[in-house]
Structures are given as C-alpha cells and as structure tokens.
Design a protein around this ligand. Structure first.
Ligand code: FES
Ligand SMILES: [Fe+2]
Length: 466
C-alpha cells in the first residue's frame, strides 16, 4: 500500500517537472478557475480482479444492480428533432424507444410489443405510429394503444393495460438520458458539477457532425478505460508526442459519477523533450496529427500558416490562431478564451457510459456499452460542433457503424483520429484476451495517472453492494 502522509504529498507524487497548473500559468489567458483546482485523490493501490472484465457472473450483477439505476446517455437532441422522430437505444438487457412528442418533449418507452413480445423497432427514424410487424398491434407515439387487429379476440386487454411502459428520461446540454429505475438522483445531482462547469461550453448549441461506431471484442470497461488516461500515449501513440504533455496531465475525481483528465496539447511530451527543440516544430506537428483541431482549418485561409513569434510559446501562437479561426468559423468573440479551452484534451467521464470533451473546439463525445454481453462492446465516437452564428441548426448525422473487418481509419469523417483509435482498439482487444489467461488475475494501476479507472470500479462496487 502506498503511503502518502497527506493529500498534498499525493499531489506532489506525480510528474516531475511542470504540471498541469504550471502549463496553464504560462498561457496568455487563464481558463475558468475550476480547471485549475486540484481534485487529485488517492483511492488506494490494491489490484483490480481480472474476472470483473470477463466473468458472466460479474456481468450479470452489473445488469441487475448497476445499469437499471444509473443515468445512461441514450441520444442527442438532434438525433430526433421533429415530432414522431424516434431513436432505439439498446443496452444491458433493455431496449428503449426514445420518441419526440407533439409538444416537443421527449419520452422513453420500452421497445417491446405487449402482444407476444417482438421488439417494435430495430432502427431509428420517424413514425406516426409504432406498428408491430408480427400481428400489427399499433401504438401512438405517446405510447397509448392505437389498434389491435381482431380486437374482438382481446376483450381482456384494456387501453390502459396496453400503454407502453415508460422509463425515466432527463435532458441536459443537448444530451438525453434514460434510467430504468424511477427512483434516484436527478440528472443535475448525478452530473454535478458538470452542469455548472459546462455552462461556458454550451453543448446544447452544438450538433453531431460525425458519429462512428464499432463493435469491439473487449469488455465495455476495458474499452472505456483505454480513454481514461494519457499514460499510454507515449508507447501507443508515438506520433502525438511532439505536441502532447502526456506526463503533465491532471487527473481529478470530482464526485461519485464524474472524473476528468486534462491533457495539455501544444507542449512537447516530457518523454521526448530535449533542449533546443523549436516551438515551431510543436505547432507543425500539432497541425498534422491533432485530428480534433487541425482538420478544421482551411488551407485556403490566411491563418493556415501559424508561425510562432520570437519569445512566444507554441501554445500562445496556437491559442491566438485558434481564437481567430474559431471566430471566423462559428462567429462570436473568442478574444477572452484561454489557450486551454481551444487546445487541450479536457476529457470528462460521467459514469458509466458518457464521456464528453470540454472546451470550445469541436468536442469528441464517447459512449460505451456491452454488446450484448461481457465479451463485446459497442464503442461510439461522436464529434459535436457549434452551429455558426446566424445559420439554421442542421440535423445531426446518423451513426456510421463500421463492419467487423473495418478499421476506425476507414471512416473518413474521423480524419487522423481514426488511426489513433485503431491504435487503442488493438490494446483493448488484446487486454480482453490477456486478462482471461492471466496467471495472477490482477490488474495493477498507477496511483495517480490511473486513478480514474480505480474510481469507476469503486463506483461499480457501490451499486453492486446495494
Ligand atoms: S407480437 Fe406484436 S403484434 Fe403480435
Ligand atoms: Fe489512446
């Protein structure tokens, strides 16, 4: 067991050299105070039992005790903009129809015919009624019974009894959440402190501009955990090192359901840092390999060439250029926006299946869910972007589901990000295989850089203990 005399010792126990706060301090414009608060927490050093990832019994406990009681990210508002639009959301032994109502509200019904149990829908789309393709029982979009063919044969079925059962639904920031259990914390309590912190980034004003999914041969937690630390980047993603402060990253635990990793971009990784490497090199590599930002630049525009003025850092130069580009692309005033909110990986994780990036650039949003059991997972990468000022809000793009033999890099809409996720996917699938045959059945975690992984396991345990 590691021995930290105080939480201050723990905070100092990581990353020799400049930390997250030192990097922020040398920027031109400071981000909001919450990003510089240190929420580092020491949560223990015990190994994680490998069976949690592959055991059918552990998976059954998650399905029974955890999934029905958590808020699950089920859809974005732009997935169902008009009355009658619906999204099917399947997860962990349940299937929901998320439906836009005539009055603009959204409701979630269990997606099962109350005759002999056929799933009503297997896709997402628009409907005036939900007609079961087996015998034709039909429901209105508000879940009330519409027709039963040969109703004379079903005198025992009242309209009331045939109302589609409903799940609890909540909306925040353009996201729609469902929870099976009607009891439990409100979405605001559950997400706290994100509703306050994300006010600035207005995800409700963004729309989905890219959305790619792939069934991965790994447990949903292995898949999620591959996106919870930057510690792997040095070995897994060497192409990112010229502009990624992987070992300078901050890892914060801010509630039972929320944690965050802030990884600075626009600085050389401490792993490859050498005296005399020019700041201009950082900028040029960032433009090539940081998919989230560089692809949004238009080479025809004047500011495509970003030169670092003498005496400035790459972050300062990139920040200045991105303030200009963001104003040109989206409208509005970016003059007071920090470098960090324009450059960095601000990766929040809301337990158990929702990970939105913060900041002002187009934001990645991850989702993971068992597909359908402990051995496979549906992983989705969305990119949501601001709607340019004065322009009508476009519909969101639908999911591009990759085939079994397709790689993330086969999805052109992800740009260079696809190759990065391919590098991660190889790790995920081989971890799943490896843990099944592991001799000591132990997963060891770094106390600081991997604290978010320990955090989600502790949160799972709280649900399983209830
Ligand atoms: S199962 Fe749906 S109408 Fe018979
Ligand atoms: Fe990665």
């Amino acid at each position: 067991m590691a021995d930290y005399d105080s939480s201050d010792d723990f905070k100092l126990a990581h990353c020799p050299g400049p930390g997250w706060n030192d990097i922020l301090a040398s920027d031109d414009i400071q981000p909001p105070a919450f990003m510089a608060e240190d929420h580092a927490r020491y949560l223990g050093s015990e190994p994680i039992d490998a069976a949690r990832y592959y055991s059918p019994d552990f998976f059954r406990q998650e399905v029974e005790k955890m999934w029905p009681n958590v808020w699950q990210f089920a859809a974005r508002e732009e997935d169902l903009p008009e009355a009658g639009d619906y999204v099917t959301y399947d997860n962990a032994g349940r299937s929901y129809l998320i439906v836009r109502q005539e009055d603009g509200s959204v409701r979630a019904f269990h997606n099962v015919c109350l005759h002999r149990g056929r799933k009503l829908k297997t896709d997402s789309g628009s409907a005036e009624q939900f007609v079961c393709p087996f015998h034709g029982f039909a429901w209105n979009t508000n879940g009330s019974l519409r027709t039963i063919p040969c109703r004379w044969d079903f005198k025992h079925l009242t309209d009331e009894k045939m109302q589609l059962p409903e799940a609890t639904l909540a909306q925040w920031g353009g996201y729609i959440f469902v929870r099976d259990n009607p009891e439990g914390p409100s979405i605001e309590e559950y997400l706290s402190p994100l509703p306050e912190w994300f006010k600035r980034w207005k995800h409700e004003e963004c729309v989905t501009v890219a959305w790619v999914g792939k069934v991965v041969n790994a447990n949903w937690k292995i898949t999620m955990e591959a996106f919870m630390e930057s510690y792997h980047a040095y070995v897994t993603h060497p192409q990112l090192m010229p502009f990624t402060g992987d070992a300078n990253a901050a890892y914060h635990v801010v509630g039972d359901h929320v944690n965050v990793n802030y990884t600075p971009f626009g600085v050389i990784s401490p792993h490859i840092e050498q005296a005399g490497l020019p700041q201009q090199w950082i900028v040029d590599e960032f433009r090539k390999y940081n998919g989230r930002s560089a692809d949004n630049y238009d080479p025809e525009k004047d500011n495509y060439n970003i030169q670092v003025p003498d005496g400035q850092t790459a972050r300062q130069a990139l920040g200045a250029a991105m303030r200009q580009t963001s104003a040109a692309m989206f409208g509005g005033d970016y003059s007071g926006v920090s470098e960090s909110e324009l450059l960095d990986a601000l990766v929040y994780n809301v337990f158990p299946n929702f990970a939105p990036w913060g900041g002002f650039m187009p934001n990645i949003v991850y989702r993971w869910r068992p597909w359908p059991d402990q051995d496979k997972c549906l992983m989705e990468v969305r990119v949501i972007a601001r709607v340019p000022e004065g322009q009508p809000r476009p519909a969101g793009v639908p999911m591009h589901l990759l085939g079994e033999d397709e790689a993330w890099s086969d999805a052109p809409e992800l740009g260079v990000l696809g190759g990065v996720v391919d590098q991660d996917t190889e790790n995920m699938e081989l971890c799943h295989e490896g843990l099944k045959v592991s001799k000591n059945q132990a997963v060891e975690l770094g106390d600081y850089q991997e604290v978010r992984i320990r955090h989600i396991h502790q949160t799972i345990d709280k649900y399983l203990a209830k």
